[in-house]
Write a new protein. Structure first.
Lengths: 141, 387, 347
């Protein structure tokens, strides 16, 4: 059993993409070759700061096997403040998410390769102004 | 370049074909096409097969040789080639067949598309179809194919005011057409309320916004003009068969409400055929999700960007409208047998242009088909004209 | 310059399970539990949170607050009794997630609830020896407890991370020592999902013997008495033990109140005493003296005396531990069972 997704761990754990120094295009996931400059591309690795806003989102109800416990979960296209667009899960309730919402990166577990396989971690996003309800309002303390 | 004509078409039923294996489904479509063309079989010079994932659905690769074998074409030793472009595999096979005849290399060839999906469970099916998007950067985060189309739909809602009711109208129309097609998977009409009451798959898309994944096969026989005239009085000419690509993942595209590959392929096809969107009489397009049909209206040039919903609201794309679209029932009602779909669309357009489409017949001399792979990273546009 | 804490960061999962809710399921009187255990609710990790994600988030906060280039971190130690893997380090996950390159020393520690402070001592040693410039010590857990076990009222999730070095120290380590013995008060055998414990045996011969002795010894060694300290933090398996240990040693309730986080979030195991210590750092002023005594079953205590420096005034300390503690979302017991994967699913 060879973990299928190990090579890009570093790029997944944090939002590490790349930038073409010839034209300024920013890429996530990282590209080794700029589709604009082609052979003139000068690619450098770049870490993006992990804040952005939701361009579009969906609440997934019909889930793949590895996400069945997470049902329903939110997947969004997020435009990073300092970079490109990223596809990610958003950690929030299905009714909390909306287009234009500000979000910030969080390190989370995505899925496990079965009970005895590897655990895949990666970047998710959480609402930037996570207004959490008070504990005391929900307990009879 | 040789003019290329369709001289024979065949199609299996689409659906959950529990009693039939992959080989039988393919054979049914192939034999029907040969009979339709009046060929024995030995006239065929080459075969092109569209199949997305025999390797995972059937644990069977080498699909082209398998099909050549079971259709009796191995006896002649003809070349048989499988092509893959996710659910545009059939469109790619059609295009390869078209190119081989247009180039003058072959006189008569067969293009087939086939998929057998029901031999694996639904979780596996979901996983296999997910591989038509970017597994490492979309599938990894749980962005299923319905989820990705849902992202497009939400964006279309936000930017252009399209609504869930607009999407539902697409499904209602295609079911209405499918009810008239004896080979369709779903031969029953549904209402807007049925769609809007069906469970969410990936919001805002509901179950009845999504085409099923089906078993099925289809085949077309192509010949150059000279040969075509020996076999048929009603050749359906392929005026153009174009293909384009886009970024695999949505996140890398400039605008996810536009399928750039569709736009590029369509522009090329209109140019090559000296036709405009106005001159198209009937359309078969890739409504794997209802939103895809509305976006396709725009990217095929039938209406400007953002106004796709107007065509469905005003009934323009209904059977009795000025641009009947998916008379077969489309992927939604006729069924979506993945690698077979691109060929099945050519079969339907041929029926329509020949005037042999039965109860769903429309008045048409020119037709267009659009076959899409995954979320739009591959698109094949074909324009047809009755000769 | 003395070695000390250069930066710290914390993470507490947002879900909370109340004592009432657990007691309701098991037919216990919640008032008895609350008064007997001194715990009101506990933090619960989400499905996509574990010791690795808690460690990374705490570490990121620590690195961000310090402004230090992560590549200058030469060692990462993650102390936990709930590492996601039995074999495969958590520390390497943290290293790649914070981007500290490939030239760093990494190891996972396990010593029940004191593996986090063990990491601080290890970092301190390496910094003092000149082997590394900065070390990262993390104590984090998503601790296990069997359904219906009294442990279930307190076993919770959270963690804290500390950058240890000589430059930009906000709290220097004046002294540290450990008191350790083979005391089988609490254990979990390899392959077992839940720990076993000796009930009341975990008290006098285990917790109190080690915590009180370590505290007495470090004060004796340095010549300090309880009134010399502005704050004291003792490991918090429940709300009672640390209060009683403080009383036995002669510390007042005022000295321990700020660091007593267990009532609101439960026992975060390797995160417990270090989260309490972080809560103290949140409000500490230059010149403050802090006593920290951890405890890990099996058993041992690490005692530390910290002197808060002037650098703390310009150090970013928001959001604070108590802010994180107070922002939570209540969950019911059945949700808790799902979140903690205590329901057996078909393979």
């Amino acid at each position: 059993m060879i973990p299928r997704f190990w090579r890009k761990i570093k790029y997944r754990y944090d939002i590490v993409g790349s930038i073409c120094e010839s034209c300024g295009s920013k890429f996530y996931p990282p590209r080794n070759f700029c589709p604009v400059c082609r052979r003139k591309s000068r690619i450098k690795e770049q870490r993006f700061n992990g804040r952005g806003k939701i361009l579009s989102y969906t609440v997934v109800h019909d889930t793949p096997d590895e996400f069945k416990l997470n049902k329903p979960y939110v997947v969004a296209l997020i435009e990073l403040d300092d970079g490109p667009i990223i596809t990610s899960q958003v950690v929030c309730g299905p009714n909390e998410v909306e287009v234009g919402m500000r979000v910030v990166k969080a390190f989370r577990k995505y899925f496990e390769d079965g009970d005895d396989g590897v655990i895949y971690y990666g970047t998710k996003f959480i609402p930037e102004d996570k207004s959490m309800e008070s504990v005391s309002s929900n307990s009879s303390n | 370049m040789e003019r290329v004509a369709i001289i024979g078409v065949g199609q299996s039923e689409f659906g959950e074909l529990w009693e039939k294996g992959f080989r039988e489904i393919v054979l049914k479509a192939g034999i029907e096409a040969l009979e339709d063309a009046g060929l024995e079989g030995k006239e065929i010079e080459a075969m092109y097969v569209g199949n997305m994932s025999g390797g995972r659905y059937l644990a069977q690769e080498h699909i082209a040789a398998l099909i050549a074998d079971y259709s009796g074409l191995s006896q002649m030793g003809i070349p048989s080639t499988r092509v893959e472009g996710a659910d545009a595999s059939g469109g790619l096979a059609l295009r390869q067949a078209f190119l081989s005849v247009a180039s003058g290399l072959h006189d008569i060839v067969i293009a087939a598309g086939a998929e057998k999906v029901s031999d694996v469970g639904s979780e596996m099916t979901t996983d296999i179809i997910a591989s038509s998007a970017d597994r490492e950067w979309e599938g990894f985060v749980g962005a299923t194919i319905p989820a990705l189309y849902a992202l497009m739909a939400r964006m279309h809602f936000t930017k252009y005011g399209t609504t869930p009711e607009d999407l539902a109208l697409v499904s209602v129309k295609n079911h209405r057409n499918g009810a008239l097609n004896p080979k369709a998977q779903f031969r029953r009409e549904i209402t807007i309320e049925d769609v809007l009451r069906s469970p969410f798959v990936a919001e805002p898309l509901r179950l009845l916004d999504c085409a099923p994944l089906s078993d099925g096969a289809a085949a077309v026989i192509l010949a150059n003009e000279k040969v075509a005239k020996e076999y048929t009085d009603a050749p359906v000419y392929i005026k153009a068969c174009t293909q384009a690509s886009d970024y695999l993942a949505l996140q890398n595209r400039e605008d996810i409400t536009t399928m750039r590959a569709v736009k590029i392929a369509a522009e090329m096809a209109y140019k090559q055929s000296n036709l405009t969107p106005d001159s198209i009489d009937v359309v078969e397009l890739h409504d794997s999700f209802t939103i895809a049909e509305l976006i396709a209206y725009e990217d095929l040039g039938f209406v400007e960007k953002g106004r796709g919903a107007e065509l469905i609201r005003e009934g323009i794309t209904s059977l009795d409208g000025s641009l009947p679209t998916n008379p077969s029932g489309g992927l939604k009602a006729c069924g979506h047998a993945i690698g077979a779909t691109g060929i099945r669309q050519a079969v339907e357009i041929t029926y329509q242009l020949r005037g042999k489409a039965g109860k769903r017949q429309v008045d048409a001399e020119t037709g267009l088909s659009l076959n899409i792979g995954g979320t739009g990273a591959t698109a094949v546009v074909t324009i047809y004209e009755i000769g | 310059m003395k070695v000390g804490i250069v930066s710290y960061g914390t993470y507490i999962p947002r879900f909370r399970l109340s004592v009432e809710e657990i007691a309701r399921v098991w037919g216990e009187n919640p008032e008895n539990i609350k008064s007997g255990l001194g715990v009101l609710r506990k933090s619960v990790s989400d499905l996509d949170e574990d010791t690795a994600t808690i460690s990374v988030e705490a570490a990121r906060e620590a690195v961000e607050r310090s402004g230090i280039d992560p590549e200058r971190i030469g060692a990462i130690f993650v102390g936990s009794e709930s590492h996601p893997y039995a074999v495969k380090p958590t520390a390497t996950i943290v290293g790649d997630a914070i981007g500290c390159g490939n030239n760093f020393h990494a190891a996972d520690f396990e010593f029940a609830c004191k593996a986090g402070t063990a990491g601080i001592q290890a970092c301190m040693g390496m910094v003092k020896a000149g082997m590394i410039e900065f070390g990262l010590a993390i104590g984090a857990d998503t601790s296990q407890s069997a359904p219906g076990d009294p442990l279930e009222y307190s076993a919770s999730a959270g963690g804290a991370a500390f950058l240890v070095g000589k430059k930009g120290v906000i709290a220097e380590i004046e002294e540290t020592l450990s008191f350790t013995s083979d005391t089988p008060d609490f254990w979990r055998r390899e392959g077992q999902p839940y720990p076993s414990h000796g009930g009341r045996f975990t008290g006098i011969p285990a917790y109190f013997r080690h915590v009180v002795t370590a505290a007495e010894q470090i004060m004796e060694k340095t010549g300090y008495k309880p009134s010399d300290f502005d704050y004291a933090v003792f490991h918090q398996p429940n709300g009672k033990f640390p209060v009683r240990a403080a009383r036995m040693l002669g510390f007042s309730n005022d000295q321990i109140a700020q660091g007593l986080v267990v009532r609101e979030i439960g026992n975060t195991y390797s995160g417990s005493s270090v989260l309490g210590f972080s809560a103290v750092l949140d409000i500490a002023k230059p010149g403050n003296k802090i006593l920290l005594v951890s405890f890990g079953s099996g058993a041992g205590s690490d005692a530390f005396i910290f002197n808060v420096t002037d650098s703390i005034e310009s150090f970013p300390r928001h959001p604070s531990v108590w802010e994180k503690i107070r922002s939570g979302i209540a969950v019911d017991y059945s949700t808790y069972l799902k979140l903690r994967k205590k329901i057996k699913l078909k393979g």
